[in-house]
Design a protein around this ligand. Structure first.
Ligand code: ZN
Length: 300
């Protein structure tokens, strides 16, 4: 390993990255600079999800260039709640995967140590490895996409919690009398900021959402961030994802205004919401789990 800091991971072998999203399965080999060596994706099947993912992983491994070093670890991210310690997942809108033992299945398939964590945890790890959080010691990373994912890093440690969902804001209550959520509750942030929930509510594509829907999303996001920042004492919130791409500055301006209105203590006055310039894709995020400074550090 070189002692030249920016190149310290240059000689590390690639990681097999697996990303489970509501509508899509991805597998990729990702090198130590966060560049995708080979990748393939399929739509989420109605049944036989594991068999589909198994075939996808085999296809990606078979397509690896002969010059590529063998992968030594697997990082798998999954939307929705996870049990990081047990390696099980419950991706919303994937009915056949309720408490599915994804880590055991991937370890049997690849014979490599595997970390399974939430899509939010993957985003938090990737932001400090490849994004803008490298010099930030305490932050929240939020991905507003098909569903909402997030995780927090406190004093340079990504928190896991009893099950691996520390820092998840998707099901924080932002309006006690609000919209129903897929979790069975109501008034969670999720239905205001998930593209699946919004498109179902509006009955049209996200890009045709009206200004009031965007404003509402910004208010709810600002409320959820205010709650989180008051609790876990982060000063930077990275917000990214497809919904942010479509709703743009209107969403973030409203979220910042709402955050400021609800964060009146002096220690909360400096909280900033940042939209990273570079969009880090799901495969690179998942790979970051296997290289991050989170729970993987104990897997040697
Ligand atoms: Zn909910």
């Amino acid at each position: 390993m070189s002692d030249h800091a920016p190149d310290r991971r240059r000689d590390e072998p690639p990681v097999l990255a697996v990303a489970v999203e509501p509508a899509r399965l991805s597998a990729a080999l990702v090198d130590d600079r966060g560049e995708v060596v080979v990748r393939d994706r399929v739509s989420m099947p109605a049944r036989d999800v594991w068999r589909t993912l198994e075939r996808l992983v085999r296809r990606v491994l078979a397509a690896a260039p002969t010059s590529s070093a063998p992968f030594t670890r697997v990082g798998a991210s999954c939307v929705g709640p996870v049990d990081e310690q047990a390696g099980t997942v419950w991706p919303p809108y994937v009915a056949s995967w309720s408490s599915f033992a994804l880590r055991d299945h991937l370890e049997s398939l690849t014979d490599r140590p595997t970390i399974v964590a939430s899509a939010g945890a993957a985003a938090a790890e990737a932001e400090r490895l490849h994004g803008e959080a490298g010099a930030v010691s305490s932050y929240l990373a939020v991905v507003a996409d098909a569903v909402v994912g997030s995780a927090c890093v406190i004093d340079d440690v990504r928190l896991s919690g009893a099950h691996g969902n520390a820092g998840a804001i998707a099901h924080v209550t932002v309006d006690p009398l609000g919209l129903p959520c897929w979790c069975g509750g109501s008034g969670c942030l999720e239905p205001y900021l998930s593209s699946i929930a919004l498109e179902a509510e509006l009955n049209r594509p996200l890009r045709r959402a009206n200004a009031s829907t965007i404003e509402r999303g910004g208010i709810m996001l600002g409320r959820a961030i205010a709650t989180m920042c008051a609790t876990v004492d982060v000063d930077t919130v990275f917000v990214t994802g497809g919904v942010v791409d479509v709703f743009g500055d209107a969403l973030l301006h409203t979220a910042r205004r709402e955050l400021a209105a609800r964060s009146r203590l002096p220690n909360l006055s400096g909280v900033t919401i940042v939209e990273p310039v570079e969009h880090i894709g799901p495969s690179v995020r998942a790979a970051a789990l296997a290289r991050g400074r989170g729970p993987m550090a104990t897997m040697e």
